[in-house]
Design a protein around this ligand. Structure first.
Ligand code: UGA
Length: 443
């Protein structure tokens, strides 16, 4: 069943009582957006530190615009925070599960948080409550949650989230589409109506298809990036320019421009976990998803290719060299370093005997003990990262790197050299300032 919501659809028809469980990257924007749609939202977070920060009006994660969104909900009296999920669900008509589903050792998603949240709330749900899986979960999890709750008067629905970190608020307020998976049309329609007039396409389908759509979206986007990273390697081999190549591709409406930025490889808390999980789901059901395995392998190679670029720029070996690193998060506008290509590359550079001086606007010297930054010296600004460096690796596309004082950087390096893994800088301008410049897929 597929329908497109009319552009003139009214805002959420009726204020509903909604509980969101989990104050993470998905739960926080979800709670904020539902409260701006006029619903009465209670957000349950059992981590005391996170909860106390929220109660004090502070943000436990860095996400542009989230503070304003949540403050609006609080000021309007439509957003409350509570420690106990069991208490929070009482009196609610809708309960969103937004708990983490990390990657288990075998590549499959670890559902223990989903299961324990479902078990905890089960006895306290009002009859007729609709429980919504928003966490990214393997096919069949709606059934698992139904079984865990074990009540015939509770409907469980899949409503996957498509927001990106860094643009989570805009993505949640203006989604391209809303996907709802349920065998219960009444429940699916009620969930769809909660979002009011977003102008988004509405896809109402069965739970298995909804769960698969989420993995398919991330797998497709990751494959698209791997494709352009592979094309960038080919461009380097034949002497073509990947940026013009993307122009030539992107004007074809069937291809488009989105997610065709070559870089150091895709990372974050979603693509690596979800692509592995989908390969695993395929294997469990007798399908070898070779295409996706190829995209994952291509991504691993991309990280290695960036290390190689740094090695070449440093004169053939990293051993004993100082390397300046700009950017550690998995992309710009987030403080998230989970599965960050930048930290993976940095770790390999350290492993090969280099001293690393790294700068990232979201990382301070206090973070230096974090396991992903082992052996890395954190400095307070990008110029300082260049002191004595054989080469600078620009690994995350923070816009501030465009405006660094390159004369000051060059003055701290014996032979100014930069590997721009994000193609952020203008090669001609940077070469004019005396740098050796290496980008991705362009000469
Ligand atoms: C991704 C999806 O884009 C969201 O739709 C989805 O909801 C989310 O995962 C999730 O499953 O929770 P996110 O991981 O926040 O969102 O970040 P993206 O903007 O998709 O970037 C992922 C990685 O791809 C980053 O490492 C980024 O630098 C890289 N990337 C992205 C590129 O290398 N090139 C591009 O053109 C785009």
């Amino acid at each position: 069943m597929t329908s497109k919501q009319p552009k003139t659809a009214k805002p959420a028809a009726e204020a509903r009582r909604v509980c969101v469980i989990g104050a993470g990257y998905v739960g926080l924007p979800t709670a904020g957006v539902l409260s701006t749609r006029g619903h009465d939202v209670v957000l349950a977070e059992r981590d005391e530190r996170r909860l106390n920060m929220l109660l004090a009006g502070e943000m436990p994660i860095f996400e542009p615009g989230l503070d304003v969104l949540l403050a609006e909900g609080r000021a309007a009296g439509r957003l409350r925070y509570m420690p106990s999920a069991a208490e929070a669900v009482q009196g609610c008509e809708f309960v969103f599960l937004c708990v983490p589903t990390p990657q288990g050792d075998d590549g499959a998603a670890d559902l223990s948080y989903v299961e324990s949240a479902a078990a905890e709330i089960g006895p306290f749900l009002e009859p007729g409550t609709i429980v919504i899986n928003k966490s990214t979960v393997p096919v069949g999890t709606v059934n698992l949650v139904e079984r865990t709750i074990g009540r015939s008067d509770i409907a469980v629905v899949s409503n996957p989230e498509f927001l990106r970190e860094g643009t989570a608020v805009t993505d949640s307020l203006h989604p391209d589409r809303i996907v709802v998976g349920s065998t219960d049309v009444r429940a699916a329609t009620a969930v769809a109506e909660l979002f009011g007039s977003t102008g988004a396409a509405m896809v109402i389908t069965d739970p298995t298809t909804a769960e698969t759509i989420k993995y398919a979206s991330n797998a497709f986007l990751a494959t698209k990036i791997s494709f352009i990273n592979a094309m960038a390697a080919l461009c380097e081999a034949v002497g073509a320019d990947v940026r013009d190549l993307v122009l030539g591709l992107g004007f074809d409406k069937r291809i488009g421009f989105e997610f065709l930025r070559p870089g150091p490889g895709w990372g974050g808390s979603c693509f690596p976990k979800d692509t592995s999980a989908l390969v695993h789901i395929g294997m469990e059901h007798g399908y070898d998803f070779g295409l996706l395995r190829g995209a994952i392998a291509c991504n691993d190679e991309q990280i290695e290719r960036m290390v190689h670029k740094l090695e070449v720029a440093a004169g053939g070996s990293l051993d004993g060299k100082t390397i300046g690193i700009w950017g550690l998060t998995f992309k710009a506008d987030t403080d998230d370093r989970r599965n960050s290509p930048a930290t993976a590359i940095t770790a390999k550079v350290v492993e090969r005997g280099a001293t690393v001086r790294a700068y990232d606007p979201t990382v301070s010297a206090n973070d230096a003990n974090s396991p992903d930054l082992a052996g890395v010296e954190i400095v307070a600004d990008p110029v300082e990262a260049a002191r004595g460096a054989a080469v600078i690796g620009l690994l995350t596309e923070w816009q501030e790197f465009r405006w660094v004082d390159f004369d000051a950087v060059a003055a701290l390096m014996a032979a100014p050299s930069i590997v721009d893994a994000r193609n952020l800088l203008d090669p001609e301008a940077i070469r004019r300032q005396g740098f050796t410049y290496v980008g991705v897929g362009r000469t």
